[in-house]
Design a protein around this ligand. Structure first.
Ligand code: IMP
Ligand code: ZN
Length: 347
């Protein structure tokens, strides 16, 4: 069943957008997955698993382990990064914060640093190509993720790396991975260190009901939160009182069954309460979506007007991890697109 109209999708494609929650290995093209699976001689039953369909949250993490088996070497990492940036740019995303977990793979001579450098190379390759082919550019920044399976030392290594690569476009740290694993106290010291080093922080929070952890995360006061699906009344009030913007990924939450239906999604109460929300894709490849589709789904599910969609898109700029002058520039770019579109439509 289609959860958006063709007209809304067309409008949402024209809308300049800001993507703030996209995992690199979740944003692979289908064709690339198939090609890499064949090249790496992946067991056909595993390739089948990668094919689209509804899957629970825990099945998703098995899927990521399979994807990681085919995106092993530096050249592949550079390629999938470049393709992901191109795909977001083609969807009229003007600013992208891509996130990925730096990986150590000694069999490929890969360290967290060399993995991250391969990603940065892919970002650069794509940005050059984009302005040439689309006539508009996309600005890209990188967040390094700490996987919840990692220990304190690995989390510190990622933070140190991010701090060293700030001048190359790394702007923050994300905490993600299977929400049923690990303990907040394992990563908190590294996250405190990230803050001391001037990095921004976003946390995947309340993907499953874990009130103790969610409260500790709120008390930590990250710059943004992701998901916030499973809250009780106390946590909801606490979250509202902090005003921390939340990255919401509609398709992801429905497909993984974290939320029962689009209309019941917590976007609605958050938005109505005036709490800052940002629509994001999470894993556009795995969930077969795009940011335009997520906007179109929101338009349909929550009856948002075109003016409200513009406001939502422009407001996201406030919550990027860019410097204030860079935000201003992006606001000017969005405004000029809006004025151009308005002029075209009234002529
Ligand atoms: P990568 O960091 O580029 O390898 O992207 C895939 C990784 O992102 C997965 O292994 C998870 O750690 C993380 N991830 C992707 N989607 C989700 C999600 O919905 N919740 C938590 N973590 C996620
Ligand atoms: Zn995520």
């Amino acid at each position: 069943m289609q959860h958006y109209t063709k007209e809304d999708l067309k409008f949402c494609r024209e809308l300049p957008k800001t993507e703030l929650h996209a995992h690199l290995n979740g944003s692979l093209r289908d064709a690339t997955i198939r090609e890499l699976a064949t090249k790496r001689q992946l067991d056909p039953s595993l390739t089948k698993l990668i094919e689209k369909g509804d899957r629970t949250l825990s099945e998703c993490f098995k899927l990521f382990d399979i994807i990681h088996r085919i995106t092993t070497d530096h050249d592949t990492i550079t390629r999938i990064t470049s393709e992901a940036v191109e795909d977001f740019a083609a969807d009229n995303v003007r600013y992208l914060e891509l996130r990925t977990t730096p990986k150590t793979r000694s069999e490929h001579g890969m360290t967290k640093r060399s993995y991250t450098e391969a990603v940065l190379q892919g970002m650069q390759d794509a940005q050059g190509k984009q302005s040439a082919s689309l006539g508009h550019s996309i600005t890209v920044r990188l967040l390094l993720s700490i996987d919840r399976r990692e220990d304190t030392a690995a989390a510190f290594e990622t933070v140190q790396l991010a701090a060293e690569l700030q001048s190359q476009g790394v702007v923050g740290i994300d905490l993600s991975g299977n929400p049923t694993l690990g303990q907040w106290s394992t990563w908190e010291p590294a996250l405190q260190e990230a803050r001391r080093k001037g990095l921004k922080i976003t946390l995947h929070a309340a993907e499953v009901y874990n009130p103790g952890e969610t409260e500790a995360m709120l008390q930590f006061r990250p710059d943004r939160l992701g998901h916030m699906c499973c809250l009780d009344e106390h946590l909801e009030e606490l979250h509202y009182s902090t005003g921390i913007p939340v990255e919401l990924c509609l398709s992801s939450n429905i497909i993984t069954e974290s939320v029962a239906s689009y209309t019941e999604h917590h976007f609605h109460p958050f938005y109505n309460a005036g709490h800052p929300v940002i629509l994001c894709t999470d894993d556009s490849g795995v969930f077969s979506t795009s940011l335009s589709k997520e906007f179109a789904i929101a338009a349909q599910a929550f009856q948002l007007s075109h003016v409200q969609l513009w406001q939502l898109s422009e407001a996201a700029i406030d919550h990027t991890f860019l410097r204030e002058e860079e935000k201003q520039e992006l606001r000017r770019e969005f405004k000029s697109i809006r004025l151009n579109l308005q002029t075209e439509k009234t002529l």
